[in-house]
Each structure stands twice: as C-alpha cells, then as structure tokens.
Design a protein around this ligand. Structure first.
Ligand code: MG
Ligand code: MG
Length: 259
C-alpha cells in the first residue's frame, strides 16, 4: 500500500479545496431547518462550488449497484440513513437529524467533509448520538500524530462510541485523499484483523479523510433499492462527521474547518 506524502504546497492546495467544503457545510448547517428540502441544500452547494471555481466530486460518481450515477454535489442522509442519501423534494421535519457530506476538487486537489445537523427539537438520546459522533472525530484529530499506528487511533474512536452504547459502522470507512477523492489507505473507525494486517504508522505529509459513522443501535447497515442510500438495519438513527486532515509534525491540521 502506497500512501502519498504531500508537500506543504500541496497541503495548501488541499486546504483551499477543503475550505470551500467547510464554507458550504457552515452555510448548509445555518440554512437547514423545518420545511427546507434536501434539494434546496444541494442547490446552495452547487452554486457555492461553481462560484469558487470548483468541481463537485460526488456528482456523476458511478455505482454498479445503482442504475444511475450519483446526481448531486452533496449526500443528504436523514435519521436512519447513514451515508449516500440523495437530495430530493423531501422536507426536513422537526426532530430530524441530517448528515450532509460534501466533496470539492479545486485546482486538481480534493477536500471531503461531513457534518450531522439537528433540526428543531431533537430527542435527547439522538442529540447525544450526534455529540458523541462529533467527539469521535475530535478524538481522531487529537490523536492523529506522526508515529501513531492507525489501529491505535481507530481503537480510541471505537472505544468512545461503544462505551456510549453505540454501533460503529463497519461497511464504510475513511480514506486517503489528495489528487483523487479516494486514495490509499483505508481508514476504518474500528479495529479488525484486516486492519491489523494492513496497519501503518501515520507520517508527516499524509492527507486523510477521517469519517466516523456511528449508529444509535446496531452497526449493521443495508442499501436501499435505489442502490445508493445506506440505512441502519434496525432503522435507528445514525450520525456522521468527517474532516480532511494533514498529518504534520505538530499533529493533525484540519483542512475542512466549518466553524
Ligand atoms: Mg465525505
Ligand atoms: Mg470521505
């Protein structure tokens, strides 16, 4: 497995792409509200990517399990939907949570990030799921230091989610990113024999899209008939947070800040 090591100049180009993603997610977090459709969120994203001179990474992605390419610049996954939800005329309702994932290519380099947003009054048990999932990403960012094995980071992430009583999704994982959206290595948010066989140390210059997906109930998921939308097997809610980070000598540098 060859993991690209990026120069400081390349990291700045990825940060430029990542900052477009961060601005979009910030805007969509503010705009998402009761009665807003997921298609409206996608329109805002389309416009902001175009205004920045970027290319939407998700639009047109092929999937042999679906009979159409991904049609939008964001994924919008509501409640029991985990990832890869398709924007449409569905209106957000009071008590929903929505995971919004966005990827942008700018000047040949990619940024990828996701947030889960709460709509109106959300049940305390679901708010806790969202908070813990955000914390899981925070733990990864804090611990993604040069010299750490990825399995050590993954174990900290998994432990935090599982101690809260949640399931960590196994079927979808984080990834390296740079010239392309998906590059080596794979970054599972849990420890498995496969990870231990393919384990690697973090090195300065690696660019990683870290993205815990955490379920209120079982970790198991399935794909809807559209071939895209991933839902929890028990239909309980799921949350998703993602950042593109650069490994530096001082630890992880977040390239998709959306505050
Ligand atoms: Mg993403
Ligand atoms: Mg990703």
């Amino acid at each position: 497995m060859a993991v690209a090591i990026r120069t400081n100049k390349e990291i700045e180009l990825i940060r430029a792409a990542g900052s477009v993603v961060g601005r979009i997610l910030k805007k969509l977090r503010e705009f998402a509200d009761v009665g807003v459709t997921t298609a409206q969120l996608a329109e805002i994203s389309d416009q902001m990517i175009a205004d920045a001179g970027g290319i939407p990474l998700f639009k047109g992605v092929k999937n042999p399990a679906a009979n159409f390419d991904f049609p939008a610049s964001i994924c919008t996954s509501i409640n029991e939907q985990v990832v890869h939800g398709i924007p449409d005329s569905r209106k957000l309702e009071n008590g929903d949570i929505i995971s919004i994932d966005c990827g942008v290519k700018l000047k040949g380099y990619c940024g990828d990030a996701a947030i889960t947003v709460t709509i109106g009054q959300v049940e305390p048990e679901i708010l806790r799921l969202v908070d813990v999932t955000r914390q899981v990403l925070g733990i990864a960012v804090e611990n993604a230091q040069p010299g750490m094995y990825w399995s050590q980071v993954a174990r900290l992430m998994q432990d935090h989610a599982e101690k809260a009583g949640y399931g960590v999704v196994r079927d979808y994982v984080g990834h390296g990113i740079g010239r392309k959206m998906h590059e080596d290595p794979k970054l599972p948010n849990f420890v498995s024999n496969e990870l231990l066989r393919n384990d690697f140390r973090l090195r300065k210059g690696m660019i990683l899209a870290v993205e815990p997906m955490v379920n209120l109930g079982t970790w198991k998921v399935k794909v809807l008939d559209d071939g895209w939308t991933v839902v929890t097997s028990d239909h309980k809610p799921s949350a998703h947070f993602e950042h593109t980070i650069a490994i530096t000598e001082n630890g992880a540098d977040v390239l998709t800040i959306n505050e």
